[in-house]
Design a protein around this ligand. Structure first.
Ligand code: SF4
Length: 330
């Protein structure tokens, strides 16, 4: 059982946040200006060495398309100028495989923003873990199961469980995980809830909490729905509700944490979470990952250029009414 933090309300307290990743939504001003830019999410590469069953990347794009470093610097500079405090490197690819990953981290850090790396941790050797810790990064690992056979099945590569766990161990060894500030964590782990790990969800959650790791549940979306062979992995609304209630009850009993079990699909333990602009590896900027402005029927033929950093300045795109105003608020 974890230590009971002080400053509770109603007998419970808010769970720890993940620095740079737990981003509270803000209300827009009365002048109807868009909410300020708090973070951006960049998909820097499509390369990945896993084949997770729930990932769109699994369906074929295994080449090494990546966004050129120089263009990324333009986007980072615009984001910093607009007040962003963190940059989330993720999407449908493994960010550590970008040919200039270290330079990207240095650029984010030198601009005064927190680099957040969403990684499968296959490349997470001790040297890289130390480098990221020194640059004050936050990491979101991926975890499907604590059981090797289930994890390997979920990530589509035999032996991936051992490598993913080794990567997480290297991060913990570098100083991620339990830190001096128990309410502001540096290491998180995201797990897609499905039939393969439903019974294990409480055990995974407890494992993460006990290691000072921020837990994140993800629901399966479009890629699985697009593959009839995987439909059996989808859970019913009742199963999801029961699982979240169980996790909430476990958190209350063991840690005194409370959160809204209705704040899905991103993370029930992050109520009021803001969406952040998302840039695809091709340079398209969206108000959030799923809102594909470049394919929007009402925006006309030129929408693919209007929201692409290869044809328009990142500053203009990030301040465009279409990418600024849709940011939701709590
Ligand atoms: S590790 Fe991430 S990018 Fe790679 S296949 Fe899995 S979900 Fe997709």
């Amino acid at each position: 059982m974890g230590a009971m933090p002080s400053g509770r309300e109603g007998g419970y307290c808010t769970p720890p946040s993940l620095v740079g990743y737990s981003i509270a939504a803000k209300r827009p001003s009365e002048k109807h200006e868009p909410p300020s830019l708090q973070a951006v999410r960049l998909e820097t590469t499509r390369a990945c060495s896993l084949r997770c069953f729930h990932c769109r990347n699994r369906f074929g794009d295994y080449n090494h398309v990546e966004t050129p470093f120089e263009r990324l610097v333009d986007v980072l500079s615009a984001a910093a100028g607009l007040g962003a405090r963190s940059v989330i490197l993720g999407g449908e690819g493994e960010p550590t495989l970008h040919s200039r990953f270290g330079d990207i981290i240095d650029a984010v850090h030198s601009l005064g923003m927190v680099p957040v790396v969403v990684s499968n941790c296959l490349n997470m050797r001790p040297k890289l873990a130390r480098f990221l810790f020194q640059r004050q990064a936050s990491i979101v690992c991926k975890i499907g199961s604590l059981r090797p056979d289930v994890q390997d099945r979920m990530s589509g590569v035999v032996g991936s469980h051992a490598k993913m766990r080794a990567g997480m161990d290297h991060l913990l060894g570098a100083g991620f995980g339990h830190s001096n500030d128990a309410l502001h964590l540096r290491l998180g782990a995201s797990f897609p809830l499905c039939r393969m790990n439903l019974e294990e969800a409480g055990v995974i959650w407890r494992f993460l909490r006990s290691n000072g790791v921020f837990p994140e549940v993800r629901l399966l979306t479009a890629p699985v729905l697009a593959d009839p062979a995987l439909l059996g992995q989808l859970l019913s609304a009742a199963e999801i509700r029961d699982c979240l209630s169980m996790l909430l009850d476990q958190d209350r009993r063991e840690y005194g944490y409370s959160w809204s079990p209705h704040a899905l699909p991103v993370n029930p333990a992050r109520p009021g979470q803001a969406c952040v602009p998302h840039m695809t590896v091709q340079g398209y900027v969206r108000p959030c990952a799923l809102l594909e402005l470049e394919n929007h029927a009402f925006l006309g033929e030129k929408s693919d250029q209007a929201f692409n950093v290869h044809s328009r300045s990142p500053w203009e795109i990030l301040t465009d009414v279409m990418t600024g105003h849709p940011r939701p608020w709590s």
